[in-house]
Design a protein around this ligand. Sequence first.
Ligand SMILES: NC(=O)c1ccc[n+]([C@@H]2O[C@H](COP(=O)([O-])OP(=O)(O)OC[C@H]3O[C@@H](n4cnc5c(N)ncnc54)[C@H](OP(=O)(O)O)[C@@H]3O)[C@@H](O)[C@H]2O)c1
Length: 300
Amino acid sequence: MTILITGATGLVGTALTELCLEEGYTVHYLTTRKNKIVESSNYKGFYWNPAEKEIDTAALDDVSCIVHLVGASISKRWTKSYKKKILDSRIESANLLFETLKENENKVRHFISASGIGIYPSSRTKLYSEENTETGDNFLARVVVAWELAADRFKTLGIDVAKIRTGLVLSARDGALPQMVKPIKLGLGAPLGSGKQWHSWIHIEDIARIYLSVIANEREGIFNAVAPTPVTNSKLMYQIARKLDAPYWLPNVPAFALKLSLGEMSMLLLEGQLVRSEKFAAFGFTFIHFNLESALNDLL
Ligand SMILES: NC(=O)c1ccc[n+]([C@@H]2O[C@H](COP(=O)([O-])OP(=O)(O)OC[C@H]3O[C@@H](n4cnc5c(N)ncnc54)[C@H](OP(=O)(O)O)[C@@H]3O)[C@@H](O)[C@H]2O)c1
């Protein structure tokens, strides 16, 4: 079976590609960076430029499943133009895939899109499962809503669609964890804001396994992808400090200071959702890293 992955060069894409190759799948991937294109018998890169509606349609040869992971990072300062890039990178790329499938003969029957738990409103008390239909009233939630609508369009082509609402991915390689570790290593670890906001996290190995399970079982619908044990910000910071043997006694970093230095994107640190992967629990999916201690022992 051949799978086409967009964003395969990123954090989740790299881990997923490795798993897919181990499972014996052939992986095609689309990249905007020509220097990232390599080709072997079961792993082939193809160039695209969604902003210019440019795509190498050979990427679709024999493909039955597309995993769409593309998205400009949300952890760069949210200027007006960068906010546009966050939205456009996700939607234009999905739309280009849609138009390409519509206009070219293909064997695609499954489209799996990355999504985010940032779609749910921030809350300290509410537990969100896939059943919840409320959406937040902020930039990030609006991006996720548009992103999921772009994915849903593929249903009109007779393709099954799955949306993976991903929590905070913890990896030693990239993403949020190395950024959190830096100040803590310098002895500057402290809870952010109230410290009571939730972080529904997932280990990189488990998010890749979740995608693989959605591919292998041809699942469709909305899936929350988070470990079963979300933690508050103060617990996350504390556990990282403890694992690193770093001091952890400073007072909370006031929310206004983070808002002042980071602007609107400070919500990524100051707000959060308590989320449960109801569907994966029902499938009997076993998380390798069930609790934060196990994840940090592995990553740090
Ligand atoms: N990591 C997390 O904690 C987390 C949490 C929730 C949701 N997600 C979502 O899951 C997906 C994968 O996450 P990730 O952490 O693996 O992301 P990542 O490491 O930032 O990689 C995303 C990939 O998207 C492509 N890309 C970036 N900007 C682009 C643009 N303007 N136009 C076209 N392609 C562009 C890049 O591929 P090329 O350079 O090869 O083109 C890049 O490798 C993302 O959509 C992300 O929003 C991630």
